[in-house]
Write a protein that binds this ligand. Sequence first.
Ligand SMILES: NC(=O)C1=CN([C@@H]2O[C@H](COP(=O)(O)OP(=O)(O)OC[C@H]3O[C@@H](n4cnc5c(N)ncnc54)[C@H](OP(=O)(O)O)[C@@H]3O)[C@@H](O)[C@H]2O)C=CC1
Ligand SMILES: O=C(O)[C@@H]1CCC=N1
Length: 299
Amino acid sequence: MLRVKTVAFLGAGSMAESMISGIVQTGSIPAERIHVTNRSNQLRLEEMNRVYGVHAVHQDALPYEEIDFFILAMKPQGAADALDALKDKIRVDQVVISVLAGISTEFMENHLQLGQQVVRLMPNTSSMIRESATALCPGRHTAMDNVIAVKELLGCMGKVFLIEEEHMDIFTGIAGSGPAYFYYLMEHMEHAGVKKGMDEAMVREIVAQTILGAAKMIMVNDETPASLREKVTSPNGTTASGLDALRKNNGGRAISQAIHHAAKRSKELNEEMAVAYIKSTNPPREMGNFSTIKGRCMS
Ligand SMILES: NC(=O)C1=CN([C@@H]2O[C@H](COP(=O)(O)OP(=O)(O)OC[C@H]3O[C@@H](n4cnc5c(N)ncnc54)[C@H](OP(=O)(O)O)[C@@H]3O)[C@@H](O)[C@H]2O)C=CC1
Ligand SMILES: O=C(O)[C@@H]1CCC=N1
């Protein structure tokens, strides 16, 4: 089913590239059926064409009629303008997919034609090597065959999880932003080895292998992280000492705070975009009480 679909990425940044890389590696949609566009960076489009063989064109040159899936991949702040520009160029049976942090399916539907099919996603950059954990949340009007096709598309990029919209913010905090927390952890682990005189490239590989091994243990064993942690921890041994230092330095709290702050920012982004839209569509004199308008918009 996928092979006959045509997709267009609106945005040519790191997330679009990661997804395109995943699709092209599997060949599940031929490169000639993949389009990518942006507003201004022509050099970037040429690079995408050179590296992945996809059509990289200015927005005006997109064959809108032929596209099955439009994938919004610009910053969340550009969502309203992008959706407004798309609205009159597409039919309701074409699917508008967003990877934009915080942008709800309701926000998308409100900016498109009545009955437009939309899907909200939250992938991560590991899509590049087909190891993303991606959330999928369909809109109100999205046909089941399109949900299945989008799920199949995401399968080219890693694992797919059907997520209730109320959980999209926390999913973003865990998995969308998640790779960055691991890279941060890896930076610190690497630094500890280098400071003691180890070769940087070697210690980087050691750290990566350690994290990969720990993740695989969770995937292949029917055991909890807590139980696996206990197996590493010998009484009065090195790990017990290391974990003690982590606890004393509030390591667990730091991790949960990172996730909750990212999730909170995702929620805020949707609110900010909705408020910005109301401001742009209401002349100041008619705005009345700002908090009332915000409340109405968010309800
Ligand atoms: N990076 C990540 O790990 C993840 C990102 N996301 C989401 O993906 C989206 C993109 O992030 P990222 O790739 O990092 O961002 P980048 O800044 O790397 O890329 C944004 C791209 O969008 C283009 N662009 C901006 N406005 C428009 C428009 N109206 N139409 C078409 N193209 C446009 C920009 O080019 P130009 O300025 O030339 O138009 C640029 O190519 C964000 O909304 C983010 O929330 C989601 C999950 C993970
Ligand atoms: O930092 C961001 O806002 C995006 C969304 C998830 C990962 N990167």
